[in-house]
Write a protein that binds this ligand. Sequence first.
Ligand SMILES: [Zn+2]
Length: 395
Amino acid sequence: MTLPTDPTANLAELIRCPSVTPAEGRALSVLQGMLKALDCSVERPVFSEEGTPDIENLYGKLAGEGPHLMFAGHTDVVPPGDEGAWKHPPFAAAIADGQMYGRGAVDMKGGIACFVAALARYVKTHGRPKGSVSFLITGDEEGPAINGTVKLLEWAVKRGEKWDASIVGEPTNPDRLGDMIKIGRRGSLTGRITVNGRQGHVAYPHRADNPVPGLMQLLGALLEKPFDEGTVDFQPSNLEVTTVDVGNTATNVIPAKATAVFNIRFNDTWSVESLQAEIHNRLDRAAEENRLRKGAEQPVDFDIDWLGRPSPVFLTRDEKLVETLSASVEAVVGVRPELSTSGGTSDARFIKDYCPVVEFGLVGQTMHMVDERVALSDLETLTQIYLRFLEDWFA
Ligand SMILES: [Zn+2]
């Protein structure tokens, strides 16, 4: 069997699988073929949960004596949108002007194609590594992310798997390959404030309690001053109000309720609990200082609900992982990458509970866009960086 050492060929095969979440689209089967050629064991657990589509996942492993490195990622892709708007069809892997076009080119079939090629080159030159390399690949990253990485990690741990380090191959570079390694993420917390008033006629406001000014005062208290100034490793925490809802279609009625939802991306100044406490404090103070109606004795009556699952902030300080990857990038592209904690959440937030994790992949500029594409030279460069990393990490 020929070894999958060519990232461009690997990526073309993967792009030709229309694996829009939740469809497997043969993408995992194609990857399985490549991993089999590398003599990896491969399993394909399917996870289900009521109300969500069943999802196929893949766990592949080249087992050996020594440290265990996990490469993590996803083969599912976001929908192409209007296919007519693409210069080249989204699932054809067309090459033009030194670029390969296709959905998933950078997010993140490209990262997978490069890591497979790097491992193939490693095996070809050095034989099996002194340790294990595993592939933790989900088909549910761009969807609800319920039947993917979280369950795959639990499934693997139950079978006795343990990892020493993990690289997630998401596109982390803003402009040029080698710009940025992500070593952590801000946390994310979402809350809904409901102000309870009393409905009434606009002409008789003394008989009603308008919740709208109360909601504005509470939101004002949240937005008034920054939560912090940022830390050595993180940018300042930031709160955004994402919706304000009253749903009142009548122009002569004071509504009974007003709600608003906010999301805050927070740094390592806070834990989920301390941040919730700070938000409660600000709201309580504003409620105490304000009234829904002139002369009323009651403070503003409000409830707060925390929505979804908050994700805590994390930072990876593993010297061997971060330093080996930084040095590999520098050796190949000649520049030291920035170690960053910026951007949205990723599956790294789940992996960090099991082993140190960093993210490094292609240039993210065209991800989720029409004409998603990757420079063929970037595929080769990333493969060389991953190869260098494998050589040094297993040395
Ligand atoms: Zn992705």
